[in-house]
Design a protein around this ligand. Structure first.
Ligand code: NDP
Length: 295
């Protein structure tokens, strides 16, 4: 039998970053300044440090200005909120991202609510969630927007397709469902209380798995020919003792015998997130400068 097409998110993200770099250079020529993205990290969580470093590096590679703020783990709320307000007011800053999770003594919702919705390039502010829900232009969370780009690139029109999103987080599952609805899919959002999940998933032409459970989605859950987008990033013990490896939420080796197309982990959805973040920041810059973002 034919194996599923592999959706190469790494290659797609590289292409997107190239297009962004071209547009960022054009922005600088037209606006007389670089598009700017500010990233705020509180504390020393190792994974967050890696993400922030790689966001800063990618921002500069795209020809945009990167402003990094590293605050100590015991930073109090007033100090963090004052920094966000300062960035809201700074005309050199088009996008603001506060790396999550924050240390437990800080209220994430309060911090997100303080970011100006028009600089909220992560799309986590309730104003942007509302804009997405009612179909107004705003900022959409990077990971689900990246998934949508891969789906449209692979399938063209999504109109009328059955889509099952597994996971209902504010960061991935819910905005993914909104995006698919806006593309005229018939959507089902499944979660931990869903009954008969395999049966629900078998209806789907498009499956988006955003659960955080290694290889949970099995081959016999998948309708033959379906397109499978695996958002999960799970670290599991590797073949060699003491080593680990990354797997998704989908049992890739089995599912690729049934699906029509599938994203691998790593190299699928993961690389899209930062590329879309840069895209959102560039869109913000064009909007702030009152310039047209021509394709
Ligand atoms: P959350 O933990 O916030 O949400 C997980 C969702 O999965 C919840 O809605 C939960 O349901 C649901 N769920 C949990 N167990 C089951 C189950 N047994 N059956 C059905 N549904 C279940 O995770 P996120 O949305 O933040 O992330 C999901 C995954 O995506 C993670 O692996 C994460 O690492 C990865 N991720 C990858 C990114 C990238 O590629 N750049 C970015 C963001 C996330 P309930 O609501 O009922 O609890």
């Amino acid at each position: 039998v034919k194996l599923a097409d592999v959706i190469d998110g790494k290659a797609f993200a590289a292409g997107l970053r190239g297009r962004i770099a071209t547009l960022a250079a054009r922005f600088e020529a037209e606006a007389g300044r670089k598009a700017g993205l500010a990233v705020v990290l509180v504390g020393e969580d190792p994974a967050s440090q890696v993400y922030v470093r790689s966001k800063g590096k990618s921002t500069i590679e795209a020809g945009m200005a990167s402003f990094e703020y590293k605050l100590p783990v015991d930073t109090d709320e007033a100090t963090l909120l004052a920094l966000v307000e300062q960035l809201n007011a700074d005309p050199a800053v088009d996008g603001i991202l506060v790396q999550l999770p924050l240390p437990a003594h800080l209220d994430e919702q309060k911090v997100i609510a303080t970011i100006s919705p028009d600089k909220d390039v992560d799309g986590f502010h309730v104003t942007n969630a509302g804009r997405l829900a009612v179909g107004q232009p705003g900022y959409v969370p990077c990971t689900p927007l990246g998934c949508l780009m891969l789906l449209k690139d692979k399938l063209g029109s999504l109109s009328g397709l059955e889509a099952v999103v597994i996971g209902r987080s504010n960061i991935v599952g819910k905005p993914m469902a909104q995006l698919l609805l806006a593309e005229s899919c018939t959507i089902t959002v499944a979660h931990s209380r869903t009954r008969n999940l395999p049966e629900v998933v078998r209806r789907a032409d498009i499956v988006v798995a955003a659960v955080g459970r290694p290889e949970m989605v099995k081959a016999d859950w998948i309708k033959p020919g379906a397109t499978v987008i695996d958002v999960g990033i799970n670290r599991v013990p590797g073949a060699v003792e003491g080593k680990t490896r990354l797997v998704g939420d989908v049992a890739y080796e089995d599912v690729r015998h049934v699906a029509g197309a599938i994203t691998p982990v790593p190299g699928g959805v993961g690389p899209m997130t930062i590329a879309v973040l840069l895209r959102n920041a560039l869109v913000a810059a064009y909007r702030h400068a009152g310039l047209e973002l021509a394709p």
